[in-house]
Design a protein around this ligand. Structure first.
Ligand code: HXC
Length: 258
């Protein structure tokens, strides 16, 4: 499908989704969010796709929700329209792993979109922030919630109250991102991580995603029980037999997602 605000490329089992509104620093408008949700649903449905990468440009992953689009809206507009909630819900329903490759600005909704992904790899030029307070509003799709879980209350308060940006080094130190790489290496490193994931059994991959995400929603005792049961259940798969046989036979496993 042809999109206006994103570019999608599926190759070697990886769906690469590039946000593409260069004149607006990839600001998230209704069209972009709708196209993104559509592309991710497609990637979920496409049997060839085993991992998804979302990226922006070198200058900006995304500088937030489109302020020009929002500026005239009323309470009723955003409440009744539930701005970006259905799209965010759709993104959260994707069961395949999603990596955010962030270079430059990831602000407001851009930072929130990156945090909706399963993990973030960023370039040494990345800048994260929740500057909505400067616009007389607050974060609306996870900036006070996901950021707090990722970096703790103190930094989340600081970011949301002052609107300051966090650089790549601080983002890694705080646990917001999993790796920082030189800007020129961002896509190579991220596609490498996606390729590693694509080699695994999709069943285990989807179970990992479910189990780690479960840790946000439940108590430790319930989470550990969930993990133990999914661990047990994977012994019903052919991929478990193949993975363990391959180890003992000192060869690479050939997973078949069965
Ligand atoms: C619309 C945006 C934009 C945005 C940048 N642009 N961010 N347009 N919405 N969020 C546009 C600018 O208007 C400008 O277009 C062009 O992109 C380049 O931006 P500049 O400001 O000229 O570039 P620079 O000086 O390098 O500054 C970059 C920046 C700054 C630091 C990223 O643009 C900025 O502060 N942007 C806003 C960041 C922000 O407040 N985000 C939170 C949004 S609220 P023109 O045509 O004027 O040249 C949000 C809520 C989410 O995200 C919740 C939703 C439910």
């Amino acid at each position: 499908m042809a999109y206006e605000t994103i570019i999608v490329d599926v190759e070697d089992h990886i769906a690469l989704v590039k946000l593409n509104r260069p004149d607006a620093m990839n600001a998230l408008n209704a069209e972009l969010m709708s196209e993104l949700a559509h592309a991710l649903a497609d990637a979920q449905a496409n049997e060839k796709v085993r991992c998804i990468v979302i990226t922006g440009s070198e200058k900006a992953f995304a500088a937030g929700a489109d302020i020009k689009m929002m500026s005239d809206k009323s309470f009723v507009d955003v409440f009744a329209g539930d701005l970006f909630t259905p799209e965010a819900d759709q993104i959260m329903r994707v069961r395949k792993p999603i990596i955010a490759a962030v270079s430059g600005y990831a602000l407001g909704g851009g930072c929130e979109l990156a945090m909706m992904c399963d993990f973030i790899i960023c370039s040494d030029t990345a800048k994260f922030g929740q500057p909505e307070i400067n616009l007389g509003v607050v974060a609306g799709i996870g900036g006070t919630q996901r950021l707090t879980r990722l970096v703790g209350k103190s930094k989340a308060m600081d970011m949301n109250l002052t609107g300051r940006f966090m650089d790549a080094e601080e983002a890694e130190r705080s646990g917001l991102v999993s790796r920082v790489v030189p800007c020129k290496k961002l896509m190579e490193e991220t596609m490498g991580a996606a390729a590693k994931i694509a080699e695994k059994s999709m069943i285990s991959v989807m179970v990992v995603k479910e189990a780690v995400n479960r840790s946000y929603e439940t108590t430790l005792r319930e989470g550990l029980l969930f993990e133990r049961r999914v661990f047990h259940s994977l012994f019903a798969t052919e991929d478990q037999k193949e993975g363990m046989s391959a180890f003992m036979e000192k060869r690479a496993a050939q997973f078949r997602d069965k």
